[in-house]
Write a protein that binds this ligand. Structure first.
Ligand code: HEM
Length: 159
């Protein structure tokens, strides 16, 4: 992995950054543009069906980005020999952030599947209640964590 990073460092860093752009930028777009525009759909069933589809498409799109983030992060730790520098602490904090963000992602992924089942069985109110914490708590939490991880990434950059 170290050799691979050293032979194509720009590509590895590019893949790391573009994955963060997709995940964090995608969450911001979904939460602050798509979510508010969806509220203008008056028919509750259509609103819910489209929300479930938006989330499904976004979640599936983001899975590769989450994996690429971790693989490229490990390559950078090895390739930049961060373990022997004071910056390693920052890399460890980023690993913790990645883990928490991924656990939250897995949790909301499962919640969406549950909400879909309720919806398909005609239990619209239950489906809505299952989705609500995703918009109110979990996506905003992951946005904040993602922004912190991006800021820490800048501090890890070799000037
Ligand atoms: C899994 C643990 C992670 C580690 C060990 C890690 C490590 C690093 C390192 C070493 C750099 C500096 C690259 C360079 O030399 O320029 C970096 C940059 C960056 N990281 Fe991470 N990262 C991790 C997770 C994340 C996560 C979860 C995000 C966002 C969701 C993220 C977003 C970024 C961004 C945007 C940069 C570019 C910053 C810049 O140089 O302008 N990283 N990361």
């Amino acid at each position: 992995m170290k050799e691979l990073f050293l032979s194509i460092p720009s590509l590895i860093i590019f893949l790391h950054v573009i994955s963060a752009v997709l995940w964090v930028g995608g969450m911001i777009a979904i939460r602050f543009a798509v979510h508010y525009s969806m509220q203008n759909i008056e028919e509750p069933k259509i609103k819910l069906a489209r929300t479930l589809e938006n989330l499904k498409r976004f979640f599936n799109m983001v899975i590769p980005a989450i994996l690429v983030l971790l693989i490229t992060a490990i390559m950078m730790i090895l390739g930049l020999e961060l373990k022997s520098t004071p910056l390693y602490k920052v890399a460890l904090i980023k690993e913790v952030i990645w883990t928490v963000m991924t656990l939250i992602f897995i949790y909301i992924y499962i919640k969406r599947v549950k909400a879909q089942k309720y919806f398909d069985n005609g239990e619209v109110a239950l489906a809505k209640a299952t989705l609500e914490p995703i918009a109110k708590i979990f996506i905003p939490t992951n946005i904040v964590l993602g922004l912190i991880a991006i800021f820490l990434g800048v501090t890890l950059r070799g000037f």
